[in-house]
Design a protein around this ligand. Structure first.
Ligand code: DGL
Length: 272
């Protein structure tokens, strides 16, 4: 297979990263990809940075063995803790795109000054990676972050657009330190699914930064710069692996990818 026809490798702690895969297929309709959801270790948001690095490296090896031409870390928590290690493993031939840097650049350029909010898992927020990256790029911006650990499991269970989800989201977003924000970054791959509910609470004056779209644009830019875009207009192929497969995961994929997909169980943890 020619270099440019190889698939893109995309991974996440679970199936939330399918929002990123979905955005990528919209922007790059001729690209094939292999998706890996580490459902056996979900959620990453509560795991130690060392554990997350170990998982991310093993999954990256799995994707490199399948000759992926680029790796997308479609998980904020893994991007926060394992990006450098994944880049080192991939070497100079295989570019790695994380979900934090493109969004940090986009935010720093789009807003001149003021306060920007970030919500994400405990792991992402405790790493302070959004705060450091954005404030370094634009010192006139102040980044306020709040961990919102109930949101990812709630969405994964298909629990949104109802009274209870609204109460939980409202509780998180109405924290006093978010009072003056002019934009909010959805710092978790699950959150695009509750963007509408967030909008209802924050109102139209607060911009919602949907990382899936920004990251998909970055994947296109990187592949193009490396001459890795697939020139052929043939139908792409998609494969979806998970490390633990349940009927509930398979059912939830429809919510994230906008169509029913077939999950394949991979035994990478069993082989060590
Ligand atoms: N996909 C993860 C992220 O974007 C959230 C879910 C988890 O905690 O594993 O951070």
């Amino acid at each position: 297979m020619k270099n440019e026809q190889r698939p893109i490798g995309i991974f996440d702690s679970g199936i939330g990263g399918l929002t990123v895969a979905n955005a990528i297929r919209k922007v790059l309709p001729h690209e094939s990809f292999i998706y890996f959801g580490d459902t056996a270790h979900l959620p990453y948001g509560d795991k130690s940075p060392e554990s997350i690095r170990g998982y991310a490296l093993r999954i990256t090896r799995f994707l490199l063995e399948r000759r992926c031409k680029a790796i997308v870390i479609a998980c904020n928590t893994a991007s926060a803790h394992a990006y450098k290690e994944v880049v080192r493993l991939c070497g100079s031939e295989v570019p790695v795109i994380n979900v934090i840097d493109p969004v940090a650049r986009h935010t720093a350029e789009r807003f001149d000054h003021g306060q920007v909010g970030v919500i994400g898992t405990k792991g992402t927020i405790q790493s302070r990676v959004y705060v450091q990256r954005i404030e370094r790029l634009n010192p006139r911006l102040k980044v306020i972050s709040n961990a919102t650990p109930l949101l990812a499991p709630m969405i994964e269970e298909g629990f949104f657009n109802n009274q209870i989800s609204r109460t939980i989201i409202r509780n998180y977003l109405e924290r006093p330190n978010f009072k003056k924000i002019r934009a909010i970054i959805l710092g978790c791959t699950h959150y695009p699914l509750i963007a509408r509910e967030i909008r209802e609470i924050t109102g139209v004056d607060v911009d919602i930064i949907d990382s899936a779209r920004v990251v998909a644009g970055e994947v296109k830019t990187v592949l193009s710069a490396r001459h890795l875009l697939n020139p052929s207009a043939s139908a792409p192929s998609y494969r979806f692996y998970v490390s633990d497969k349940t009927a509930a995961f398979e059912k939830s994929t429809r919510i994230f990818f906008r169509e029913q997909i077939k999950l394949e169980k991979s035994r990478i943890w069993e082989r060590g």
